[in-house]
Design a protein around this ligand. Structure first.
Ligand SMILES: NC(=O)c1ccc[n+]([C@@H]2O[C@H](COP(=O)([O-])OP(=O)(O)OC[C@H]3O[C@@H](n4cnc5c(N)ncnc54)[C@H](O)[C@@H]3O)[C@@H](O)[C@H]2O)c1
Length: 253
């Protein structure tokens, strides 16, 4: 893809490992300076992401925070605006999945999934969108999931949070489009990260889903980079409120 960034600074949450780290490094290779955030316990891993961003020649900004804390989200956004002066692209990637049958799901786990996966996206958007709207430019990319389109057993609570993310994407797109900001979502399929492998649980399950996939393989974090760079580029200027499946052909709606 030709380099047509819409600005200079991208922010990726949950970027100490997995899809978030791949996206941070991918956006740096695409030409963005990249701010990365994760929980305080992930500070060491964030340093690895920092080194990989800096190896591309771009600047890295690092902050620890919990996306489900309004206070921490606001403080981090203010710190980044002070340090980098602008935020052009926001990638809401932080998320959790602890599988459970709905029958057995405890209330605390339901709340925790909604706090991180759904409220975290809302809080980040509430903090960053006023800045983008004032500058009449910006891109938000929410990492949802194909689970948000069709739940599967043991992921009912997670799927409900990701369906919420898709709905927030559609509504936010309509609420901020007049100010030159687009909001889109990506729905990854099964990606072989810590979360993806825990979720599948066995080599047999991996082989099953590889066979189901049209492309006969499961995904790697790097498979999500191209679609995110598309949404973070001029090429997607007329695309908003959409949710794009990036799943190797295991789900088609
Ligand atoms: N791996 C998959 O198969 C898959 C499929 C569909 C969607 N997704 C989504 O992609 C995103 C990344 O998933 P991944 O597979 O890389 O998972 P992962 O568990 O490897 O990474 C998630 C990151 O989010 C961070 N995080 C968790 N809670 C947080 C909080 N409260 N505040 C800040 N950061 C927090 C974690 O520390 C971690 O670095 C998630 O939103 C996930 O739901 C993953």
């Amino acid at each position: 893809m030709s380099n047509s960034r819409i600005g200079t600074v991208a922010l990726v949450t949950g970027a100490s490992r997995g899809i978030g780290r791949a996206l941070a490094v991918g956006l740096a290779k695409f030409g963005y300076d990249v701010a990365v955030t994760d929980l305080p316990g992930q500070a060491k891993e964030l340093e690895i992401t920092r080194a990989e961003i800096e190896a591309t020649g771009r600047k890295a900004y690092i902050y620890t925070m919990d996306v489900s804390s309004k206070h921490e989200v606001e403080a981090t956004t203010a710190a980044l605006l002070r340090d980098a002066g602008r935020i052009d692209v926001l990638v809401n990637n932080a998320g959790i999945l602890k599988p459970s049958l709905l029958q057995d799901l405890d209330e605390g786990s339901w709340d925790a999934h909604f706090d991180v996966n759904a409220k975290g996206v809302l809080l980040m958007c509430q903090a960053v969108l006023p800045h983008m709207r004032a500058r009449k430019s910006g891109r938000v990319v929410n990492i949802a999931s194909i689970a948000g389109r069709q739940g599967v057993p043991t992921q009912g609570h997670y799927a409900a949070t990701k369906a919420t993310v898709i709905t927030l994407t559609r509504v936010l797109a309509q609420e901020v489009g007049m100010d030159g900001v687009t909001v889109n979502a990506i729905c990854p399929g099964i990606i072989l990260t810590e979360m993806g492998k825990n979720n599948l649980g066995s080599d047999e399950a991996i082989r099953h889903w590889e066979e189901v996939a049209a492309l006969k393989r499961l995904g790697y974090p790097e498979d999500i980079i191209g679609p995110v760079c598309f949404f973070a580029s001029e090429q997607s200027a007329f695309v908003t409120g959409q949710a794009l499946n990036v799943c190797g052909g295991i789900y088609f709606h």
